[in-house]
Design a protein around this ligand. Structure first.
Ligand SMILES: Cc1ncc(COP(=O)(O)O)c(C=O)c1O
Length: 463
C-alpha cells in the first residue's frame, strides 16, 4: 500500500501541477513518466520504448543523448556558469551566438536579443514594437493583429496573440489592442469552388479590412508563424504570404515571423521565412535553437529598428527590459554547439532528403476512410480526421474517438500530438527514413484499430 502511495505516479498527482493539462483527468489517469532517451526514441518507467514523433514539444531537433551538447554545457558550466547581460556586461558564448544567429538569419536581420522561452520572446517583441513606435514619434501605432488558430505562447501578451479560444475566455484575454484575422486553412475554410489562390486573396482582404477598420495609423504589427504549429500544422495556401506582405507594406505594418517551430531546418530551409519568402522585421526563435537541451530563445530584428531603439534608449538612459537569464552562458554555449552541429550535418539538405519519405508516408493516408486531409512540409505534418470525406465533417474532438486513437498510438510505441481533430507529426530532424516509415507504420496500426473499434462502437459521429 505504502509502495503505491509513494510511487512516482502518486507523488506526481499529489504535488505537481501540469501545464496545458486537464488537471481533473490527470488525477484519474496520472502521468506517463519518461525516464531516458537515445536518438529518436525515449523509454518510460516501465521500459516501454516510443518513437518521439513530436520531438518533445516540437523542439528536440537533434534527438536524445547528444554527447556534444552535454559536453558543451558541462564545459561552460565549469568555466563560467553565469554572468549577466545587463548594463554592458557580456560573455563569449552570448557574443558568439548572437553573431552566428545573425549570420544565418534572412537578409536585413542584424541584431539578436536573448530570452528563455518563445513566450518571453513574443512578449519582448510586443514591448520592443511599443518602444520603437514611441521612439519614432508614432505613439498611436500600437495595435497588433495575429491570426485565428495562431500559437505564440502563454504569457498574458503571448496568449493574447494566440487565436485559440481555450487560451482566452477563462483568462479574460485577449488583452486590448490585439485582434485576429482569419486562419489560412484552405481545406477547412476555403469556399465551394474557391481556388487556393482565391482563398489566399480573401485572407489578405480580411487582413486589409481589419487594418482599415482599426485605422492603419494605429496598427503596429502582424504576427504569424510561417507554418501554424499548435493550431494544427497549417501550411499556408499558395500566394498567401506574398499577398499578406503586400498589405502590410501598404499600411506600414511590421511583420513578425514567429519561427519558434519553423526555425532551424524544420520546413526544409533554415527558416520558414526562407521557405515562404518572408521579409520579417522581427523573428522569434526558440526550441531547436538549443535542441531543447536548455531553455533559450531569441528575438531577432532589423538594423533600422535597433537603431531607432538605441537612439531612444540613449535619450531615456536605458532600454528598461531584460531577464536575469537573458543569454544565459550555459544555454548560449549549448545553442552555439547546436548550430555548429546543424552546419556539420548540413541539416537543411538532410531534412530535404528525409522529407521525401516523410511526405510520401504522410500522403499515403489520403485514402484512409478516416482521413480528410494530410498536410506538411519538411519534417512537420498533420493528418486531419473526418467522419465523412465528402462533407469533411470532422471527427468530434471532444468525443471518445480521439482519446481512443491516442491510447492506441501510445500503445503502438509512438508519441504524437492530437490537436482538435488532427494528429501532428514533428520528429527530431535527425530521424532516418527507416524510422519515418516505422513511425507512420505504428500510426497506421493505431488508426486501423480505431477505425475497427470505433465503427463497432458507433464512435464516428460528426462534431
Ligand atoms: C510558434 C510558437 N511560438 C511561441 C511558442 C511559445 O514558446 P514557449 O512554450 O517556449 O514559451 C510556441 C510553443 O510551442 C510556438 O509553437
Amino acid at each position: 500500500m505504502d509502495g503505491i502511495a509513494n510511487s512516482p505516479s502518486a507523488r506526481d498527482k499529489a504535488f505537481l501541477v501540469h501545464p496545458m493539462t486537464n488537471l481533473k483527468t490527470h488525477q484519474d489517469i496520472g502521468p506517463t513518466i519518461i525516464e531516458s532517451g537515445s536518438g529518436v526514441r525515449v523509454k518510460d518507467d516501465a521500459g516501454k520504448e516510443y518513437i518521439e514523433g513530436m520531438a518533445g514539444l516540437w523542439c528536440t531537433s537533434l534527438g536524445y543523448g547528444n554527447e556534444r551538447l552535454i559536453a558543451a554545457a558541462t564545459k561552460q558550466m565549469r568555466a563560467l556558469p553565469y554572468v549577466q547581460q545587463f548594463r554592458h556586461m557580456s560573455h563569449d558564448p552570448g557574443i558568439d551566438l548572437a553573431e552566428k544567429l545573425v549570420g544565418m538569419a534572412p537578409e536585413g536581420i542584424t541584431k539578436a536579443f536573448f530570452v528563455n522561452s518563445g513566450s518571453e520572446a513574443n512578449d519582448t517583441i510586443v514591448k520592443f514594437i511599443r518602444f520603437y513606435h514611441n521612439s519614432i514619434g508614432q505613439p498611436q501605432k500600437k495595435k497588433i493583429i495575429a491570426r485565428d488558430k495562431g500559437y505564440h505562447g502563454t504569457t498574458l501578451v503571448a496568449a493574447s496573440l494566440c487565436g485559440l479560444p481555450h487560451m482566452h475566455a477563462a483568462f479574460d484575454l485577449p488583452m486590448a489592442g490585439i485582434s485576429h484575422t482569419m486562419c489560412p486553412h484552405y481545406y477547412r475554410y476555403g469556399l465551394e469552388g474557391e481556388s487556393e489562390e482565391e482563398f489566399a486573396t480573401r485572407c489578405a482582404e480580411d487582413l486589409e479590412k481589419m487594418i482599415l477598420a482599426e485605422g492603419p495609423e494605429t496598427v503596429a504589427a502582424f504576427f504569424a508563424e510561417p507554418v501554424m504549429g499548435a493550431g494544427g500544422v497549417i501550411t499556408p495556401p499558395k500566394t498567401y504570404f506574398a499577398k499578406i506582405q503586400a498589405v502590410l507594406k501598404k499600411y506600414d505594418v511590421l511583420f513578425v515571423a514567429d519561427e519558434v517551430i519553423c526555425g532551424f531546418g524544420r520546413t526544409g530551409n533554415m527558416f520558414g521565412s526562407d521557405t515562404y519568402d518572408l521579409k520579417p522585421d522581427f523573428m522569434t526563435v526558440a526550441k531547436a535553437l538549443s535542441s531543447a537541451y536548455l531553455p533559450i530563445a531569441g528575438v531577432l530584428m532589423r538594423e533600422e529598428i535597433f537603431n531607432a531603439m538605441a537612439d531612444h534608449a540613449g535619450e531615456l538612459g536605458i532600454l528598461g527590459h531584460g531577464y536575469t537569464y537573458s543569454g544565459h552562458p550555459v544555454a548560449s554555449a549549448v545553442a552555439l554547439e547546436t548550430l555548429t552541429i546543424y552546419e556539420e550535418l548540413d541539416i537543411v539538405a538532410r531534412v530535404q532528403e528525409t522529407s521525401k519519405t516523410f511526405m510520401r508516408e504522410l500522403q499515403a493516408f489520403d485514402d484512409h476512410p478516416l482521413v480528410g486531409e494530410t498536410r506538411g512540409v519538411g519534417l512537420v505534418g498533420a493528418i486531419e480526421l473526418v467522419v465523412d470525406k465528402k462533407t469533411r465533417a470532422p471527427v468530434d474532438a471532444k468525443g471518445p474517438a480521439p482519446d481512443y486513437l491516442y491510447g492506441r498510438i501510445m500503445q503502438s510505441g509512438l508519441i504524437t500530438r492530437p490537436i482538435g481533430n488532427s494528429i501532428a507529426f514533428c520528429p527530431p530532424l535527425i530521424i532516418s527514413p527507416a524510422d519515418v516509415e516505422e513511425m507512420f507504420s505504428r500510426f497506421r496500426t493505431a488508426l486501423d484499430e480505431t477505425l475497427d473499434h470505433g465503427t463497432r462502437e458507433g464512435m464516428f459521429k460528426a462534431a
